[in-house]
Design a protein around this ligand. Structure first.
Ligand code: E4P
Length: 233
């Protein structure tokens, strides 16, 4: 499983990139609002993120009609070679995805909560599919169960004829990659890996927690203490 960081905060992205495991970034309008972003600065902000990571960087189209999504998608894709256009799943979104994928523009279809939504997005040429785990749990659903169902359903088929556009900086694959999204906890990250998600997009604070374990800290302290004894012997 690859790790994306789910944030628009440049400092968080830079720190996650410095750890050597960052494969990409996902942003959305809410995450951009959270850092106090302004519309006029959005293109330059995405370009700055694209310089920090060479992996796929999802930037979301906010239009809701097919032609507007297409226009916005082209503008976003022109910002940097590793931009992936994020589009919420809908009839207009699917139609726009098909056009953009045929132009070799990679699409991340987002706000996916069901197997039919995922399969239709893949048929529309989406390069990435983002099933939301946490938000499904929030309404009493089984986010990881649905993620697993989507992965299982996708593996039933050959996607070579789906016309999927490959992203610059992404890996060459013939099927859409499943991004476990709306991740809230370390347990979600474990479960996403166990069900075989290609990618987990993880908020920075959860990404850091993934590295923490009381026995790791205890063990490190003991190594340092014991080496001091060795040094004084
Ligand atoms: C996915 O790409 C989304 O940005 C994200 O995972 C949404 O997560 P949330 O439910 O925590 O807002």
């Amino acid at each position: 499983m690859k790790f994306f960081v789910d944030t628009a905060d440049l400092a968080e992205i830079e720190e996650a990139a410095s750890w050597g495991v960052l494969a990409g970034v996902t942003t959305n309008p809410s995450l951009y609002a959270k850092i106090g972003g302004r519309v006029a600065d959005f293109p330059a902000h995405i370009q700055r993120i694209c310089k920090v990571t060479k992996g796929p960087v999802s930037a979301e189209a906010i239009s809701t009609c097919r032609d507007d999504i297409i226009r916005e998608g082209r503008q976003l894709a022109a910002l940097a070679p590793n931009v992936v256009v994020k589009i919420p799943v809908s009839t207009a979104g699917l139609a726009a995805c098909r056009v953009l994928a045929d132009e070799c523009i990679s699409v991340n279809m987002t706000l996916i909560f069901s197997v039919p939504q995922a399969v239709m997005a893949a048929r529309a040429g989406a390069r990435f599919l983002s099933p939301f785990v946490g938000r499904f749990d929030d309404i009493g659903g089984d986010g990881i169960g649905e993620l697993q169902a989507i992965i299982d359903a996708l593996t039933n088929y050959d996607w070579r004829d789906a016309g999927i556009a490959e992203p610059v900086g992404g890996s060459l694959q013939q099927a859409p990659e499943i991004i476990a999204a709306s991740i809230r906890t370390v347990q979600h990250v474990s479960a996403a890996a166990l069900v075989g998600a290609d990618i987990a997009t993880v908020p920075f604070n959860v990404l850091r927690k993934c590295l923490e374990h009381p026995l790791t800290s205890k063990g490190m302290e003991a190594f340092v203490r014991d080496w001091e004894k060795v040094s004084q012997a």
